[in-house]
Design a protein around this ligand. Sequence first.
Ligand SMILES: [Zn+2]
Length: 601
Amino acid sequence: MRYPQTFIEDLRRQADIVRIVGDHVPLKKKGSNWMACCPFHKEKTPSFSVSPAKEIYYCFGCHKGGSVFDFVMEIERVSFPEAIKIVAEKSGVALPQVEDDSRFAERRQDIDEVIELNQWALEWWEQQLDRSSAEAKAAREYLTKREISEETRKTFRLGFAPDSWEALSSYLRQKGATQSQIERSGLVVKKDEGGSYDRFRARLIVPVMDVRGRPIAFGGRALKPDDTAKYINSPETAAYTKGRNLFGLHLTRDEIRRDGFAILVEGFLDLILPYQFGIRNVVASLGTALTPEQAKLLGRFARKVVVNYDGDRAGVQAAKKAIEILLAEDLEVKVLVLPDGADPDEFVRTRGAGEYQKHRGGAQPHIQFVIDQAVKDRNLNHPPEKDAAFEEVLPYIRAVPSPLQKREYFDRVMDELRIVPALRRTFWNSIRTPAASTGNRKAPALNETPTVTEEQLLKLLFGDEGLRSIVVSKLELSDYDDLPTSAIFRAVVAIEQEGLAFNLENLSQRTNGDPVSSNLLPMLLMTEPAGGDSSTAEQRLLAAEGCIDGLRRLKIERRIESLRVEESAAARAGDIDKYNLLQMEQIELTRRRNELVNRQR
Ligand SMILES: [Zn+2]
C-alpha cells in the first residue's frame, strides 16, 4: 500500500509536530524550539528537542531524530504507512482513497465492527461495577481484597459482568447491534437451537487491549465461589487471535523502551499490582503459553527480558518453554524466581516494590536457571542421570542464534555438569550447527563512523546558506566520495545546484535509505551554526576550507598507508619495477600532504 508522494509532503506540512510529539512527552518552549526529556533513553536533563520551523525532532543524547513520521514510527513501533495513517488521523486530514484489495477492506470492516461492540460492552461493564447492587458491591470488595486501587481499576478499565444471561446482549441491541454482529463479536455463546446468551456472567472483566489501547478481547474472573471455571477468555474473533498480543503492553511499552528490558509475567494480576506499585516495564502473556509472535512483539520494544513466572512446578515448566521461544528471537533472557514460590502480585503486595526490584536485580542468566533445574534432584555421579541432565539443557543452547553466546553457554554447561574434555568436542560438534534464524544482524562496518572533520564541515554547511554556495563550488567529488557521509555531501551539492529548498524532506529524499545519513541529518539540521553569532562569515569560510584541506590530507594519508603495504609486498616478490613506481607515488603524495599541512598552520 503506497500513498502518493504529494500527499505525504502535504501531510508533513500540515501536521503539527509539536502537538503530535507532545502527546507522548511534556514539551517546554525554549527559544524557537521545544524541549523535553527524551522518550527514547533515560535522562534527567532534557536533550530532546523539536523544531516546528524545521519540522523535525532530535535528541542530542541518543541521536534519534527525524520527521514527524519518524517519530511516530519510533514511538509507536509501526511501519511507515501506519505512521502516515496515525499522523493523518491526529491532524484531521482525510487519507486518500488507496486501492485496497477488496478482501482486505472487508476484513478491516469485520475487525472494526468487533472492536466497536467490544467498546460498547466495556463501557457498560465499567458502569456495572459502580452500581449499588449487592453483586456489584461484592465485585468491588474483591478488588479491595486484592488491594487494587480505584485509580488502577480505572487505568486498566476493569469492569463487572452481572449475573445475567442477556443483560449485555440487550444493551448491545439497544445500541444498534444486529444479532449476527453480536454473535461474531464473541461476547455471547451461540445456542444450538438458535439464539445466544452472554458469555461473561458474574465475573470481573479484564480487557485485553491492542498496542493502540483498543479492547480486542476480555478475560473474566469468576466471582461466585461455586463457579467451575475460575477464568474464561474471549474466543478468537476477527479482532483477536490468541497468542498475538501481550497484556498491558499499551500502558507499559514506553517504560519498557526506556528501561531497555521487560519483565514477563503470567497472569493479569501479576502485571496490575506491580504496575500500581510503580513497576511499569511489565507485560503478561495471559492465558496461553508464550508464543513466537508474542516474543517478536516484545522484541520490538526491548532486547532483554526477565521472565518472572510462578515458582511452582507448572510455573517453572512454563518459564522454560518461554525461555526457548525468547532465545529463538535472539533476546537476552534472565529468570527471576521469587522466594517461597511467591507470584509477583503477592510478593509486591506483601514485601513492596523496593524488595521486588532488589530480587529482580539478582535475576539469573537463563542458562544458569536451566542448569539448576536440570541438576536438581539428580545425582551427577550416576552416568544415566548426568545424560538426562545434559539432554534437558541441550535445547536451550541450541536455541541461541549467536555462535559466540552459544559457545559461552555451552562451556558453562560443560563445567557445571563436570563433563570430561574428550567428550566436550563431540558434544560441541553435535550442537554447533547454526540455528535457522542467524545472520540477520550485521556487524557495523568500521568505516561507517564519520570523522570529526567531515562532521564539522557538514555542520558549517548546514548552518550557513551563504557559506554553502561558496564551499559547494570548491568541493570536488573525490573530496567526499569515499567518506561515510558521502551521501549527505552528494545531497547537499545536488540541492545547491538545483536551487531547491534546504530541508529534511529534500535531503532525505536524496540520501534515500542511507543509514549514516538518516542518523545524522536531523542532528545537522538541529545544530546551531558553529561558533554561534560571534563568528564572522570570513572565519566560518576559513574553518570550512581548513576542513576540506583536512579531508584531502586524510585521504592522502590513507593512500600512503596502503602504498606501504603494497611496497613491502612488491619487495617480497622481488618486483623492482613495481616497487619503484609505488615509491615514486609515495614521494609525490608525501609532498602534497606536507603542502596541505603547511597551509593549515
Ligand atoms: Zn534520547
